[in-house]
Each structure stands twice: as C-alpha cells, then as structure tokens.
Write a protein that binds this ligand. Structure first.
Ligand code: 4NP
Length: 157
C-alpha cells in the first residue's frame, strides 16, 4: 500500500481539493486497492469543518465531491503513516520540516515539484481571493496529481 497525505494551512481549500482530485484519478486508474489518500492542515482553526464552499463549488463543476471531507490537523505521527507527505506551498513545507521526526523528511515533498512544466513552486492560497483563484488552483492540482501518480508508479508499484 502507498499512503499519500496532502497538507495545506487550513485543510479547507487546497489539500481537500488535492485529496478529491487525486482520489478520483486513483479510482479511474483502478489503483484504489494500492493507494490511500488523505489530507490535513498545519493549523487548527478549521478542525472538523467541511471544505470551503468555494472549493466545493469549483470541484463540483469538475465532477468531484468534497462534501464528505472534514478538516484535521497534521501531526508528527503522519510521517510514519504516510509514504508521501505533500505540502501545497513553501510555508507549509517549512512548518512540516519542523514537525517532522528525524529521518522522516525523505517523505516530505512540495506538490508542484511533480508538475515542473508549470514553472511554479507554490499552490497559492485562494482563501482570501475571489472564486477565480479556486479554478486556477484546481488546474495546478490536476497537473501535479498526474505527475505524482507517475512518480508512485515509477517508485512503488
Ligand atoms: P487552505 O486555505 O490552506 O488552502 O485550506 C486556507 C484556509 C483558511 C485559512 C488560511 C488558508 N485561515 O487562515 O483560516
């Protein structure tokens, strides 16, 4: 089993979208028995909340249902449970580096490293922007999801 965790700041916009998009891709490829997908936030503000309604709407337009997800906070133990701990941006990456147990940082990645063709390092935080930010974020997440699956196939399956 390959276990994948997406992490952003609040776990209500970017990482739930990544969880939904990547889970759908895994299902489509018939790999649900081989890959698990989860998401979490660095912060604790939104624990127990469903994804932001704007993130849900952007995903729904592309056929992905985020409504059943509930936010949780990332913990150090996640570095033992998950093979890939994937940060949405450099700030999340830095926070996770500090949380990570010794030797665990070989499991820590930046999501857009799996989509080098975009030439962008960070999935921007859409929380304080308008609805169009969510569509752009969705496109980046789709591109990086494809690259992540290639990486898992090459290294684990
Ligand atoms: P996310 O977006 O990290 O993509 O879930 C945010 C959601 C909430 C906050 C920040 C970012 N907040 O400060 O409450």
């Amino acid at each position: 089993m390959v276990n994948v965790l997406f992490v952003c700041l609040g776990n209500i916009c970017r990482s739930p979208t990544a969880e939904g998009v990547f889970k759908a891709l895994v299902q489509r490829e018939g790999l649900s028995d081989h890959i698990t997908v989860d998401s979490a936030g660095v912060g604790d503000w939104h624990i127990g909340s469903p994804p932001d309604s704007r993130a849900q709407a952007a995903a729904r337009q592309r056929g992905i249902d985020l409504s059943k997800q509930r936010a949780r906070q990332a913990v150090a133990h996640d570095f033992e449970r998950f093979d890939y701990v994937i940060a949405m941006d450099s700030q999340n990456y830095g926070d996770l580096t500090r949380m990570c147990p010794k030797g665990g940082d070989d499991r820590l990645f930046k999501f857009l490293a799996f989509a080098p063709q975009l030439g962008i390092n960070d999935v921007p935080d859409p929380y304080y922007g308008g609805d169009s930010g969510f569509d752009g974020v969705f496109d980046m997440i789709e591109a990086a999801s494809a690259g992540l699956l290639d990486d898992i196939r090459a290294n684990h399956l």
